[in-house]
Design a binder for this molecule. Structure first.
Ligand code: SF4
Ligand code: SF4
Length: 177
């Protein structure tokens, strides 16, 4: 009974931390400088708030030849939700203004699959804490265990490492392959 109560409380907390980005929301564009924080890319706008960039799995970025370095000047178009930015298109301002197309918000990801994040079902205790914070809604519960949809995951790492009030999977069940 106590365990059930605890799970219900955790589920309520998780819902309050809901971070799924509405891909039907309005697309907007931002210009700024890249800065990596804890290995994750952020955009520092010249006049505005910083935002964390949700790009695509590293395998996709490698396929595109897209490597972001601190100090790169870029322009991104996508859907913003507070300080998270799900990127659809990205322009590198170095040289000839290369454009990288990561996703179409009507059709979905352009290069689906291949994400490195997975849940170790042996370790997962089914607490559901990771479900709501995933900005892509890529985590569902199957038979009491979290499962990551490889075609939705951008490898942002939020489920594993946490973000804001959510401190990441409490038992270290989320790993990279
Ligand atoms: S992966 Fe971790 S946070 Fe997600 S349900 Fe399992 S134990 Fe909970
Ligand atoms: S790394 Fe985790 S939080 Fe981020 S998109 Fe993938 S499943 Fe969701």
């Amino acid at each position: 009974m106590k365990k059930l109560m605890l799970l219900m409380i955790l589920a309520v907390i998780a819902v309050s931390l809901c971070a799924v980005i509405d891909t039907q929301a309005e697309i907007s564009g931002y210009h700024g400088i890249v800065e990596h924080r804890d290995g994750k890319p952020w955009l520092k706008e010249l006049w505005g708030e910083d935002m964390r960039l949700l790009l695509a799995p590293q395998s996709v970025l490698d396929t595109l030849g897209l490597a972001l370095a601190d100090g790169d000047s870029i322009y991104v178009e996508g859907i913003r939700d507070k300080d998270l930015m799900l990127v659809g298109k990205l322009w590198m301002e170095s040289g000839n203004l290369n454009m990288y197309w990561l996703r179409d918000f009507d059709l979905g990801d352009i290069y689906p699959g291949g994400a490195a994040y997975k849940v170790d079902a042996q370790k997962c205790i089914g607490c559901r804490l990771c479900v709501a914070p995933c900005p892509l809604g890529a985590i569902t519960m199957v038979k009491g265990k979290a499962v990551i949809d490889q075609e939705k995951c951008t490898e942002c790492g939020i489920c594993k490492d946490g973000y804001g009030k959510f401190k990441g999977c409490p038992v270290g069940a989320i790993e990279t392959k």
